[in-house]
Every structure is written in structure tokens, then in C-alpha cells.
Design a protein around this ligand. Structure first.
Ligand SMILES: C[S@@+](CC[C@H](N)C(=O)[O-])C[C@H]1O[C@@H](n2cnc3c(N)ncnc32)[C@H](O)[C@@H]1O
Length: 303
């Protein structure tokens, strides 16, 4: 059943156990931002776009196996990704908390596979889609504030760990699945890039160090970077085919139809064009390979 090749590098150094997870005080900047932005649940428009407009059921990368770089190819690769992840669930697991559950496609697979599954996301759009798709309990919350109503056997984070503050992630896992497991699939920064590319994904060294410090034990690890990057190559073809020509059309239209507004319009367009250029860097698979690793990680959680 398992398709991706297991990573033969040795597991990251075994964690030392500590009695209780430390709670660190958030930094000043984050406390100020939190005070100014008390909205903790909100709709993420980009993720909604992928589901509603592009028609994707899964909101994560695909695990490719030679499919053509098309929307249908992506759907097959995304489905393979989720099914592969489920083969990692240890035999003694019954209940799963799907943290950052998106629109419930992985939870649906879990439920069909006989697991007792609950979803969690801070996005009301995901809440509606998840409940409709799975009929399973859903928690509208960020994980860092979640008060688990019961212990779970496993916490699943399928491309959602990167959204959760690192200093709250492992303590929240221990509260939700004491003595259970944490299964993570996500990309991590490996080279300390400080630019826009370094903004998404936790630094791998920091993630592993925090896991160790909180007493989590890494049981298994697999590097699937090479098999997920075609997702970015596909995104690049879409940007070249749709985004770039639209920007050219808009620039041309503005120059001809609104010559008096052209200066203002140009500065707005300039910003769009700069954004599109940044987007191209972010979705460059060569850059991704250099700066990131896409990993599946299974941890044992302390009590
Ligand atoms: C890239 S999507 C992945 C969705 C789904 N797990 C999948 O694999 O298709 C990221 C998910 O994380 C959720 N998320 C964002 N911030 C979060 C937070 N602080 N706590 C929990 N989930 C969060 C988003 O709402 C979204 O459901």
C-alpha cells in the first residue's frame, strides 16, 4: 500500500523526555498584533478559491507518480497524498483529531476507514464544508486556543502545522493526545532563508528542537520533496498561462482607456506585477528544493 520510498537517513536524534511541556511567553510583537487583531476565526480567501473556483477537494500538495501536469493529474496526486498519509497511522489508533482539517476530504477518508474523527479549523467556510461532507464533530478554533473535550489517540496535521505558532504547537498536541501520536505532513525551511520564501513553513531545526524539548519522540520520517514539487511546476504553468496574460491585458487596457488615470493606475498595476513576480519566486520548484524539505513525521506524544 505504501508508495513513497522511505527516507533512509537516520532519524533526528532521539528526544530527551521532560516531565511537562514548557509554555513560553509569546514575543512582544505578537502580543501587540493579537491585541489589535482579536479576530481568531476567519475565512481564508485563497483556500476558498482553490476549493470553489479551481475545484480542488484537497488543500495540500500532490504526491505525484508521473501524472500529467493538469488539474486532473493534480487531483489524482492529492488523493494519493492523503491515502499515503493514512498508511502511517499506527494500528492502536481509533480516534483522530484532524487539526487544520480544510474541507474534510482527509477526514472523510478516515471516517470511511472506520476511525472516530473530529475536525478543527479557524475557518467558518471549512466548518460548513467539513460538516456537510463528513457529518463528524467540528471545532471552530485555532489549535493554539483549543480546549480538548476529550483525549484523542492521534493528532493529524496535514499541511497545517506551518500555520500554528511553534511555541504553542507541541504543548497543544500534548493536551489533545497525551500518550498518543502526532502525524505531520508539511514543508520546512532548511536553510534559514529570511526572504519571502522563508516565511512559509517552520524552520526544521527549530521544529525538531521544540519537539524534543517537549518530550516528543520521533518514530519515523520520510522526505517526499521530490514527489510533491510537480505541484509547483503545475502552478507555474497556470501563472504563465493565465496570470501573466491578464496583467498584460489590464496594462494595455489602462493605457488606452484611461490615459488621465494612467499614472495612478500604473502604480496599482506595478504593485500587482511585483506581487506576480514574488509569486513566481515562491512557486519555483528549484528554489523550493534548495530551501525546503517536505516531510512526513510520526511522533510519540508524552503523557
Ligand atoms: C493548507 S490547508 C490544509 C487543509 C487540509 N489539512 C488538507 O490537507 O487538505 C491549512 C489548514 O490549516 C487551517 N489553519 C490555519 N491556521 C490554523 C490554526 N492556527 N490552527 C489550526 N488550523 C489552522 C486552515 O484553516 C486550513 O484548514
Amino acid at each position: 500500500m505504501r508508495e513513497a520510498v522511505a527516507d533512509d537517513r537516520s532519524l533526528v536524534e532521539r528526544p530527551r523526555m521532560i516531565s511537562a511541556a514548557k509554555r513560553r511567553r509569546p514575543g512582544l510583537l505578537r502580543r501587540l498584533a493579537e491585541r489589535r487583531s482579536p479576530r481568531r476565526v476567519k475565512v481564508n480567501t485563497a483556500l476558498r478559491f482553490y476549493h470553489e473556483v479551481v475545484g480542488l477537494d484537497h488543500l495540500h500538495y500532490g504526491l505525484w507518480n508521473g501524472e500529467p501536469l493538469t488539474l486532473d493529474g493534480l487531483k489524482i496526486a492529492q488523493d494519493r497524498f492523503s491515502r499515503h498519509l493514512l498508511t502511517w497511522i499506527p494500528d492502536d489508533v481509533r480516534s483522530v483529531l484532524d487539526v487544520g482539517c480544510g474541507i474534510g476530504s482527509t477526514a472523510h477518508l478516515l471516517k470511511t476507514g472506520g476511525f472516530d474523527v473530529e475536525g478543527l479549523s479557524p475557518d467558518p467556510y471549512h466548518q460548513a464544508a467539513f460538516v456537510e461532507r463528513t457529518g463528524a464533530p467540528f471545532h471552530l478554533s485555532r489549535f493554539q486556543e483549543f480546549q480538548p473535550p476529550r483525549p484523542y489517540d492521534l493528532v493529524l496535521m496535514s499541511e497545517s502545522a506551518q500555520y500554528i505558532w511553534l511555541d504553542r504547537l507541541f504543548p497543544a498536541v500534548i493536551e489533545s493526545a497525551p500518550g498518543g501520536y502526532l502525524l505531520v505532513a508539511d514543508y520546512f525551511n532548511v536553510n534559514g532563508d529570511q526572504g519571502p520564501r522563508g516565511r512559509s513553513g517552520h524552520p526544521l531545526a527549530g521544529f525538531m528542537a521544540d519537539a524534543r524539548e517537549c518530550g516528543l519522540d520521533l518514530l519515523r520520517r520520510e522526505d517526499i520533496t521530490d514527489r510533491v514539487v510537480p505541484t509547483l511546476d503545475l502552478a507555474k504553468t497556470w501563472v504563465e498561462r493565465y496570470v501573466d496574460p491578464c496583467l498584460d491585458l489590464a496594462t494595455d487596457h489602462l493605457a488606452r482607456k484611461t490615459p488621465r488615470l494612467v499614472r495612478v493606475g500604473r502604480s496599482v498595476l506595478r504593485r500587482w506585477i511585483d506581487k506576480a513576480a514574488r509569486l513566481r519566486t515562491l512557486i519555483d520548484s528549484g528554489n523550493f528544493r534548495q530551501e525546503k524539505q517536505y516531510l512526513i513525521l510520526l511522533f510519540r506524544v508524552p503523557r
